[in-house]
Design a protein around this ligand. Structure first.
Ligand SMILES: [Zn+2]
Ligand SMILES: [Zn+2]
Length: 147
């Protein structure tokens, strides 16, 4: 028995379309993977390997990539680092004269030797120079000029 030429042609066209569709999907997956890898790492080798993974293994490769990829994007991790740095910055004390980071217990700046702590005139506790009042007794602390 012979297959009519029309049906043969139809099957051929259908298979070509399906093949083109699958190829397009595959290429899209590779492009997406490489873009995603670029967002998550600056390591070019990892980016190429991620693309190769999907190129060679297609969908299972993509699933493998999603499992293995870095949890956060480069943008996210730099944002997190910025927030942590800002938080640490807010906690750290700085010398009022030279902006050097100083410990809250320092009485003098180790870099420029300017006075960091004064004594409260009422309770004699150490009070930081930039404070206007004593945190222990509430007394007003008069800010004295430098020198
Ligand atoms: Zn200083
Ligand atoms: Zn006081």
């Amino acid at each position: 028995m012979t297959i009519p030429t029309e049906i043969e042609a139809l099957v051929e066209v259908t298979l070509t379309l399906i093949g083109a569709y699958l190829a397009a999907t595959w290429i899209c997956l590779i492009v997406w993977t490489v873009r995603d890898a670029r967002a998550r790492t600056t390591d070019v080798v990892v980016q190429i390997l991620s693309g190769l993974l999907v190129l060679l293994f297609n969908l299972p490769g993509l699933i493998l990539y999603i499992i293995l990829r870095p949890a956060e994007t480069v943008e996210e991790s730099s944002l997190r680092r910025q927030r942590l740095a800002a938080l640490a910055d807010a906690r750290a004390f700085h010398c009022g004269s030279c902006q050097a980071p100083v410990d809250s217990s320092y009485a003098f700046c180790p870099r420029c030797r300017s006075v960091l702590l004064n004594l409260c005139p009422q309770c004699q506790r150490p009070v930081r120079r930039e404070w206007n009042g004593c945190p222990a007794c509430g007394a007003a602390v008069h800010v004295t000029g430098s020198g």
